[in-house]
Design a protein around this ligand. Structure first.
Ligand SMILES: Nc1nc2c(ncn2[C@@H]2O[C@H](COP(=O)(O)OP(=O)(O)O)[C@@H](O)[C@H]2O)c(=O)[nH]1
Ligand SMILES: [Mg+2]
Length: 285
């Protein structure tokens, strides 16, 4: 096995979870050579269009447009660390809707199958702020009689909870990769990225895993039961540090986009070097 095949990181996440903005901000950092992980000029992707649109928008202080469904554009970055060993980071099928369809249909297309089979690390993007908590007896009171009558006359579509969605997704991926669920998983290494961390307005020092446990306890338990401790990490990510819109943000234009963004590492410490996330993604050697 050569170095390039050694670490093969797969970015997984539903629509609107911040994958494109992360890719763009990460790319600008590895390209600047000012951070721990870099991209060698010979490894620059020939077609950068997926990230380029986002990068251009960020330089203009604007958010990037949503990746269209069905635009089956994937990108792979080959990144080099200080010891010159190479890490491949794959952002397959940029429209995250395909993730939703993996769970809905319990099957994947050939492209995804390849990515899953070849990956040594999985990175799952979860944007806690966009989750809609399903009503249950614990977090909501009993609905009013009018509400109950309305519900009985219009049965709601069957919808699994967000936690169940991620559990199904990981189980489907594990099945495709041929993993046994009888013993806890070590490979692929799994990193849960709690994206758009700035939106959560969390006080400094919060440990990301604890937040996941509070917000998605069922998923947290599933992960802890099915992954070995040292191959599982939960980190926070803010790629842009604040919410951008279609109106230019002056601060973003004045400073360069790579002055924005940070990680919350697994112990709750803020790191400005977004490329350090790659260390977590790789996990144990
Ligand atoms: N506040 C905030 N918004 C973000 C961040 N990253 C992405 N967004 C916004 O979230 C939306 C979806 O981001 P995008 O990267 O396109 O998600 P993707 O569909 O997973 O590729 C966009 O409107 C972004 O501006 C972040 O770190 N903080
Ligand atoms: Mg996208």
């Amino acid at each position: 096995m050569n170095d390039m095949e050694k670490h093969n990181i797969l970015i997984i996440g539903g629509p609107n979870t911040g994958k494109t903005h992360f890719g763009a901000q990460l790319y600008e950092r590895i390209n600047s050579s000012r951070f721990e992980f870099k991209i060698d000029t010979s490894n620059r992707p020939s077609d950068l269009s997926i990230f380029q649109d986002a990068i251009n928008n960020l330089y203009n202080g604007k958010r990037a447009a949503h990746t269209e469904t069905g635009s089956n554009r994937s990108i792979e970055l080959i990144i080099t660390d200080e010891k010159n060993s190479e890490v491949k980071l794959a952002f397959p099928d940029y429209a995250g809707e395909q993730i939703t369809s993996i769970v809905d249909n319990r099957k994947v297309n050939d492209l995804w199958k390849d990515y899953i089979e070849n990956s040594t690390s999985w990175v799952l993007f979860i944007r806690l702020n966009e989750l809609t908590p399903l009503e249950d007896i614990v977090n909501k009171g009993i609905p009013s009689p009018e509400e109950i009558q309305k519900r009985n006359s219009q049965p709601p579509p069957v919808k699994v909870s967000e936690a169940a969605f991620f559990v199904e997704l990981l189980q489907t991926l594990a099945y495709i990769k041929g993993l046994s669920t009888f013993s806890p998983i070590g490979k692929p290494n799994l990193t849960v990225v709690l994206s758009c961390w700035d939106e959560l307005e969390i006080p400094e020092g919060q440990v990301p895993a604890t937040l996941l446990q509070e917000r998605l306890p069922m998923l947290f338990d599933f992960l802890n039961n099915n992954w070995q401790d040292e191959y599982l990490s939960v980190i926070g990510l803010s790629s842009t540090e604040k919410s951008l819109t279609d109106e230019p943000d002056d601060e973003f234009i004045d400073k360069e986009p790579i002055s924005f963004g940070y990680l919350i590492d697994k112990s709750g410490i803020r790191q400005e070097d977004l490329t350090l996330s790659i260390r977590d993604f790789i996990g144990h050697e």
